[in-house]
Ligand binder design. Structure first.
Ligand code: ADP
Ligand code: F6P
Length: 333
């Protein structure tokens, strides 16, 4: 086994609160093992442009509490091309980078896997607000994002109540409904619409709002997962069909910013440290994960083959606990 001396770290894809805490853990763990660490800016784009600088312990001082990523991030579609993957691996070798930590979502993991195939020891760390990585029960940034969204929805509830309105709140999550389900439950939303479950039938939502209004409910919150439907158009339709003033609020990128929660900082620290331990111990092509109470790692191909869905029990209780809740129950009411 070749002894590892220098490692690189990059953040890629959508940023997530806690990425800085991960970078800090990577840098400090590596230094504790006597390794040199190179920060690669702007994800794979920066790697291809050789935006590579050595990081010292002081480089990551006072960043654990910061949202965003001090290494910047980027989407780099060109990295899907084989010749760029080969070029990136050559750049790593040129800079004596013996191992690389990639912090990002599943797209970034694909890039990491390609680098591994080209001879670069790569470890992927799940950094995405979406929670949509199958092998892990936790992704860095999710906790902060859902807390941000929950606080925003609490505020919307106040103004909705004063004006006796209905509010559609659109949350992020790309094609996954985790953020919608969690924030919907946490804020007591009347409806939670996710791509996994909603089939586009507005009739039952309208019926439910009217029924709740008839028994004295003054505001209605509908949490809509990004990608389910156009929130503004849905709001217009609900207003037209119920006669209740309805507003759409798209929370957007504020969900990606802000100081990470305690949980995100701690998990980011553990996952970043674990990534370096794996590299130091000669591992490659692994994904760091959290499963059944432990920080574990999987072969990246094995991780890609895994599947997960929204927790059926959470769906079940969301139906029970909110006053009109999720779509499935609407069909039965
Ligand atoms: P995330 O990592 O948050 O899922 P993206 O899906 O946008 O975000 O992916 C981030 C970056 O990862 C892409 O811009 C690209 O550089 C790289 N990437 C994504 N898919 C692949 C792939 N199939 N092969 C190589 N690189 C990829
Ligand atoms: O993957 C994180 C995420 O915020 C998704 O929830 C969302 O669909 C996407 O990124 C938005 O990407 P962009 O930063 O390109 O607007």
């Amino acid at each position: 086994m070749k002894k590892i001396r220098n490692i690189g770290v990059l953040t890629s894809g959508g940023d997530a609160p806690g990425m800085n805490a991960t970078i800090r853990a990577v840098v400090r763990t590596a230094i504790s093992y006597g390794l040199r660490v190179y920060g690669i800016q702007r994800g794979y784009a920066g790697l291809l442009n050789e935006e590579i600088e050595e990081m010292k312990s002081i480089s990551v001082s006072d960043i654990i509490q910061l949202g965003g990523t001090i290494l910047y991030t980027a989407r780099c579609p060109e990295f899907k091309e084989k010749e760029n993957q080969i070029k990136a691996a050559e750049i790593c070798r040129k800079h004596d980078i013996d191992g690389l930590v990639v912090i990002g979502g599943d797209g970034s993991f694909q890039g990491g896997s390609r680098l591994s195939e080209n001879g670069i020891n790569t470890i992927c760390v799940p950094g995405t607000i979406d929670l949509d990585i199958a092998c892990t029960e936790y992704t860095i940034g999710f906790d902060t994002a859902v807390n941000t969204a929950m606080e925003a929805i609490d505020k919307l509830r106040d103004t909705s109540e004063s004006h006796e309105r209905c509010s559609i709140v659109e949350v992020m999550g790309r094609t996954a409904g985790y953020i919608a389900l969690w924030t919907g439950i946490a804020s007591g939303a009347e409806c939670i619409l996710t791509a996994e479950e909603y089939d586009g039938d507005m009739d039952r939502i309208v019926k439910r709002i009217l029924r709740r209004r008839a028994i004295g409910k003054k505001n209605h919150i509908i949490v809509n997962a990004e990608g389910v439907g156009k929130s503004n158009e849905m709001a217009e339709e609900i207003e037209k069909r119920t006669g209740i003033e309805t507003r759409a609020t798209i929370l957007g990128h504020i969900q990606r910013g802000g100081n990470p929660t305690c949980r995100d900082r701690v998990f980011a620290s553990a996952m970043g440290a674990k990534a370096v331990e794996l590299l130091y111990n000669g591992k490659s092509n692994r994904v760091v994960a959290y499963k059944d109470g432990d920080f574990v790692d999987y072969d990246i191909q094995e991780a890609f083959a895994m599947e997960k869905g929204l927790d059926p029990y959470l769906f079940h209780i969301s139906h029970r606990l909110t006053s009109s809740t999720s779509y499935k129950e609407l069909s039965q009411s």
